[in-house]
Design a protein around this ligand. Structure first.
Ligand code: 13P
Length: 257
């Protein structure tokens, strides 16, 4: 089953609203022709209104870097799916930085995923093991448990709108990426086959699964050549227009049907 690759630039706490808008204005025409790849940027919440305006008439989409599970209420600092809906198509949840610094747990990821889907948006659910877990040989069991917990109670029909990102924590921002083959093997057994066990072959073969962690122009082809990797969630290399456009071009060439 052909899966349309999705490349998402996660800008984390980088770029002011003005810088974000200038970036997408420069990026959009450079990547307009790569329509076999879904192209997404995730700026700070503050930039989402300006970026959404700048993206009108382009093929680029926006993502939020988080979204709350409640529809409204006394949750100081939080942003709901309904608030995001006019501006974004995707919401990243479960990022290891949020798990490490913002009290994100498997339970909050699951609640957020349901709220995002109910709000008409698509979650990008990030999972991944620590270096210690990796070295202890716990990767497969741990990532399986993260995936199962994140998807608990999500209906088969909603799964068409779910993207999962495998981001080993030891590869994020370290320059040390997994090899393409290693990432592919983990994505197959800990992610795609977990979805297969929870749902069915059609859903497992249709769900898009990204790799993330020190993806850059020099290793993008290796990742995109893998059968189970359907794109990338990119931090550092998404902050420069030329680098990010280059990643999209490589995905379009390698994954092009
Ligand atoms: P880097 O590409 O900077 O390693 O970050 C990956 C990431 O965390 C994307 O969400």
């Amino acid at each position: 089953m052909a899966r349309r690759p999705i490349i998402c630039g996660n800008w984390k706490m980088n770029k002011s609203p003005d810088e974000a808008v200038a970036f997408v204005r420069e990026l959009a025409p450079k990547v307009q022709r790569f329509e076999n790849v879904e192209r997404v940027v995730a700026p700070t919440f503050l930039a989402l209104t300006g970026v959404a305006e700048a993206l009108k008439g382009t093929e680029l989409k926006a993502a939020a870097q988080d979204g709350h599970w409640a529809t409204d209420g006394a949750y100081t600092s939080e942003v709901s799916a309904a608030m995001l809906r006019p501006f974004v198509s995707y919401v990243i949840i479960g990022h290891s930085e949020c798990r490490a610094y913002l009290n994100e747990t498997d339970d909050t990821v699951n609640r957020k995923a349901k709220a995002i889907l109910a709000g008409g948006l698509r979650p990008i659910i990030a999972v991944g093991e620590s270096l210690a877990q990796n070295e202890a040989g716990e990767t497969i069991d741990f990532v399986r448990s993260q995936v199962s917990a994140a998807l608990e109670g999500i209906s088969a029909s909603d799964m068409a709108n779910v993207v999962i990102a495998y981001e080993p924590i030891w590869a994020i921002g370290t320059g040390r990426s997994a090899s393409g083959e290693m990432a592919d093997a983990i994505i197959k057994s800990a992610l795609r086959d977990t979805v297969r066990a929870l749902y069915d072959d059609d859903i497992a073969d249709g769900i898009r699964i990204q790799y993330g962690g020190s993806v850059k122009p020099g290793n993008m082809e290796e990742f995109m050549s893998q059968p189970n990797i359907d794109g990338a969630l990119v931090g550092g290399a998404s902050l420069q227009v030329e680098d990010f456009a280059g990643l999209i071009e490589i995905a379009a060439r390698v994954k092009g049907q």
